[in-house]
Design a protein around this ligand. Structure first.
Ligand code: L3W
Length: 439
């Protein structure tokens, strides 16, 4: 584990890093003690002034979101942790929950105390049964140690945590679809406003935050808002987990201050695989417009990435070298969005299906003269017209890939991708990396 800001990942390399015993050796649950001695409103202020912004993709200020909760009216209010990680390339929350589940549990307790919640939920992607088991064990350990339950450590504060496994749908990572799914309905997005902060789970005020956001809270409470705000850039403060996958020598999670560049991260990851060059990459998962080798030095913070034409998103850096057909890669993402579209709104349901049909033609070298313009036209009709961000996300790889590699799409009118880019040359994990991959 290479890390520039060893906070969330500071003990991942320990054997049994996930146990309470290990967590306690790394100052686990110390911040909880500090939080219980602090006024809840001051905790909200602290997280606000730390500058922490949502780590699930949108980057909305976390403390500000907490402060949107209406004044207590005696009824319940909820914390829901969005652990539905499923964006192609995004692989930070699941490793975090596997390696350090107590960071999330402690963060959830502090957040619940700050916002006055007595029942928190962790909504987990259904397929990851191993993560479900690990979280359940950590929650049980926290109950046994008296960090959860009634009158926690004599403070008078009660909290129960429920770990809920969904059925495995990308759409359920959208916060209101997640809430519908948690309530037992089909996971489809709700109209916003009202935002969940006002009317969320069971129509009660609800804070929905990403795993990494909540796991960052103990470090802020333990070290102070200024400590956190002192890292990163002026408007994108703190650190984050950057997930590198694809054609790098050592793929994995790298924790670093926001504002680090691809060049610095790839250096830490041992470079692009030997003998090859960077062709294109995603800064924040498949929903963020692709970048190319023009963007090695873009600071990876919310503002700089947006200024360069993409989004920081979930810091999922999928890296492709010159052996990869961009049409082939985009077609896989398009398949994903067409499969995962929930079907609620027409632009996304029909549009992603049309994108997929055209991308398949272009992949197979059977595209027609006007297919590239048709793709752009369909994207134009999805963008900003879909019910939630899934539709917009589906257009990002298509439009950005056409912007940078239009000639490759035009090649798809007569040449299948496998002739232009023989697949045996583009195996993602070459022999030299086998050790790293299995380790
Ligand atoms: C109260 C207001 N709350 C905004 C809250 C809102 C939400 C948060 C952000 O999309 C992005 C998307 C994907 N009063 C509020 C308010 N809020 N105004 O702030 O809201 P929003 O609408 O900006 O974004 P979103 O719908 O949450 C998320 C991008 O993330 N993404 C997705 C990755 C997917 C995963 C996954 O695997 N599950 O992480 C990657 O880039 O495209 O743009 O809480 O309620 N006035």
């Amino acid at each position: 584990m290479t890390t520039l800001t060893p906070v969330l990942t500071r003990f991942w390399d320990e054997p049994q890093s996930w146990t309470l015993e290990t967590y306690l050796r790394y100052d686990g649950y110390q911040a909880l003690g500090t939080a219980f001695e602090t006024e809840p409103a001051d905790l909200v202020e602290q997280v606000k002034s730390s500058g922490l912004r949502g780590r699930g993709g949108a980057g909305f200020p976390t403390g500000l979101k907490w402060s949107f909760l209406p004044k207590p009216d005696g009824g319940p209010r909820y914390l829901v942790v969005n652990a539905d990680e499923s964006e192609p390339g995004t692989c930070k929350d699941i490793p975090l929950m596997m390696a350090a589940p107590h960071l999330l549990v402690e963060g959830a307790i502090i957040t619940s105390f700050a916002i006055g919640c007595n029942h928190a939920f962790i909504y987990l992607r259904g397929e990851v049964v191993h993560v479900y088991r690990r979280l359940m064990n950590a929650v049980q350990e926290a109950y046994d140690a008296g960090h959860l339950g009634k009158n926690i450590h004599g403070t008078g504060f009660d909290l129960d945590v429920t770990v809920h496994a969904g059925a495995g749908a990308y759409e359920c990572g959208e916060e209101t679809a997640l809430l519908d799914s948690l309530e037992g309905r089909r996971g489809q997005p709700r109209l916003k406003p009202p935002f969940p902060a006002v009317e969320g789970l069971y129509a009660r005020p609800t804070v929905v935050n990403n795993v990494e956001s909540i796991a960052s809270v103990p470090s802020i409470v333990g070290n102070g808002a200024d400590w956190f705000a002192g890292m990163g850039t002026e408007k994108s403060q703190g650190f984050g987990i950057f997930s590198l996958s694809g054609h790098v020598t050592r793929p994995g999670q790298y924790e670093a201050p926001l504002g680090i560049t691809l060049r610095e991260l790839v250096d830490m990851a041992g470079g692009i695989r030997e003998g090859h060059q960077l062709k294109f990459w995603t800064p924040g998962g498949s929903s963020t417009p692709i970048f190319t080798d023009e963007h090695w030095d873009v600071p990876l913070d919310f503002e700089s990435v947006a200024a360069a034409g993409s989004m920081l998103g979930t810091r999922a850096l999928q890296i492709f070298d010159e052996t990869v057909s961009v049409v082939h890669a985009v077609a896989r993402w398009t398949d994903f969005y067409a499969h995962e579209s929930c079907g609620k709104c027409t632009p996304c349901r029909e549009g992603t299906f049309w994108l997929k049909q055209i991308m398949t033609r272009l992949e197979e070298g059977q595209g027609t003269q006007d297919d590239v313009d048709k793709l752009l036209d369909i994207c134009d009709n999805i963008l900003g017209r879909a019910f939630c961000a899934l539709g917009d996300g589906a257009t990002s790889p298509v439009t950005s890939a056409i912007q940078y590699f239009r000639e490759e799409f035009e090649l798809g009118m007569h040449t299948p991708w496998w002739e232009a880019y023989p697949p045996e040359r583009s195996a993602l994990f070459p022999v030299a990396n086998k050790e790293t991959v299995s380790a």
